[in-house]
Structure formats: C-alpha cells, structure tokens
Design a protein around this ligand. Sequence first.
Ligand SMILES: [Zn+2]
Length: 329
Amino acid sequence: MEGTQPKPACSVSHSPAYRVGIDLGGTNIAVGVVDENYHIAAKHSIPTGAQRPYQEIVEDMKKAVKTALQIAGVSPGECCSVGIGSPGICDSETGTVVYSNNLGWKDVPLTADLQKWINLPCRLSNDANCAALGEVAAGAAKGCKNAVLITLGTGVGGGVVLDGKIFSGCHSAGAELGHTVIVKDGELCTCGRHGCLEAYASATGLIRQTKRAAQQHPESLIWKLCGGDPERISGRTPFEAERQGDETGRQVVDAYLSYLSEGVVDFVNIFRPECVILGGGICNEGARLLDPINAYVCHYCFGGELVEAPRVIRAALGNDAGIIGAALL
Ligand SMILES: [Zn+2]
C-alpha cells in the first residue's frame, strides 16, 4: 500500500493488537502473527506448491493463517489487519497480483479473496518492499526513515522506504532496482534488456561469471571445489576459492563486488538513504562483501567526501523481514 507507515495505526489501547503477515514465496507460504512490538508471536510455514491452481494455494493460505493464529493463541478479533508480500508485480491499490513469474499468476485478486474469508482489512505489496519495511521497523535499519534494500538471490530484488513509507511507484510497478543498467550492451537479462544489475549481481550472475572464469583457467581451485562439475558451482564457490588462495576466485569476487558497488552507488545517488541493506545468501560472506562496497560508496557517491555516506549493511531478519513487513502493510 502506498503511504504505508511502519508504525501500527491500531495500537491504541483496547484496539486489536496483532497483525497477520504472509510471506508468499515460490517455495513456501510463511505466516506470522506479529505483535505491537514487531515480534513474531507465532509462525507457521507450508509448501506453496506453486504449480497448483490459484484457488488451491489461496485455500492453503487461509489454513496457514488459521493455524498460525491457533499457535499464537490469538483470535481474528484480536487482529487488525492481514498483509501479504508476494513475488512479482503487485498492485497495492487494487490488491491484485498483476503478474508473478514464480507463481505463474496473472491478474489475481488476492486481497479480495482473503478479505471475504477473514473479514479483516487485507493489504498486498511486493515481497522485496515488505522485506525493506520489516528491516526498517525491526531489523538492520531500525530507526531509519529512508532505506534501500537489495536482495541478491536468483534475481535482484529491490525495496525502497522513503520517509518511513514504501515507495513503489505508479501501479506499484516501480523500485525494480535489479533492472537498472550498469553495463551498456552487457549481459542479457531475464527482462530482455542487456547489462542490468540483476545479470551481474544476482547469485545466478555470479555463478555464470564463476563458470566462465573457471573455463578460462583450468588450473583454478574452482574446479577442485566443484568436483570437476561446473553445475555444482554455487555463489559460495568463488569466495571459498579465494579464501584458499586462488587467484581466479579472487578476480571473480573482485569483479562481482565492483558490479554490485556500481549499482549501490546509483541507488545512493538517487535516493540518498540512511542505509543500504543487502539481503540474500551471498551476504553470509560478511566483511569480504561489505567492506569493499562501503569503501566504494564512500569514495564515489555524490558528495561522498563532503557529506557522510550511507552505510551498506547486511539484512538482519532473514525471512522474518518479509513477514513483519507484510504485517505492517
Ligand atoms: Zn533486467
């Protein structure tokens, strides 16, 4: 929802104190009952079964909400809203999933269907937006009013919180940070353009770069680490190779970080957030990931030497960010 505040509007005394957050993923549906302090009182997760018809998935969502409420010992009457974070383009105004590649959905009236059943206000937003809102309310960016979240997974997701509100643009189709071009005529992206950040900074992009480097360097430790099978190369492989002293691994990691840093500086220059939050499995690399990006941002962001540069930090809530953020919609 445009204009979403991370602070519960219904937290005055004697009002329903809980909110339900649903993180609808391609793999799992995770439901959390979130209290006024943004803590998850109870959580319940079930497989999405994304290949199934829409109606079956919605029925399972309802059951998962019911179970999560039971575990929490909370009745629907003690809740003031239900929020859903879904992959894809989600129109927050109409509560419709306009398009989701992961779920195979097109123009699905998700909040209308849930609202009929639970009789609570239901809200919808993109999953990366929810994660950004969750991190601002209760995670790595707690206390920040302006934050940008970038998730580094199969693709590159983006969530933007400005003045404490999700910014998602017209028809909620904005903040697609992964599809901004950092290399003109570069790698082909899933969106059809060339040179998008997603094509370089996603785990998929990193794996592609690692495979290519390994092919050019038969002596690289990457081959040993993947047992000679390039299909076993993961986003961790080049980092591990570098840790073991491999020069090719180091070059892949350095190149990856320079691409990612380029994108981060662009977002800093556009939004000037208080912090940039990075999420996704690659963040487990910790300082090896964050230190060079922070140095690059300090050096290259506009006015970097004159004005304090935003911090680039790691997401703190993991999958819970999506549940908490959805609950706060
Ligand atoms: Zn793209």
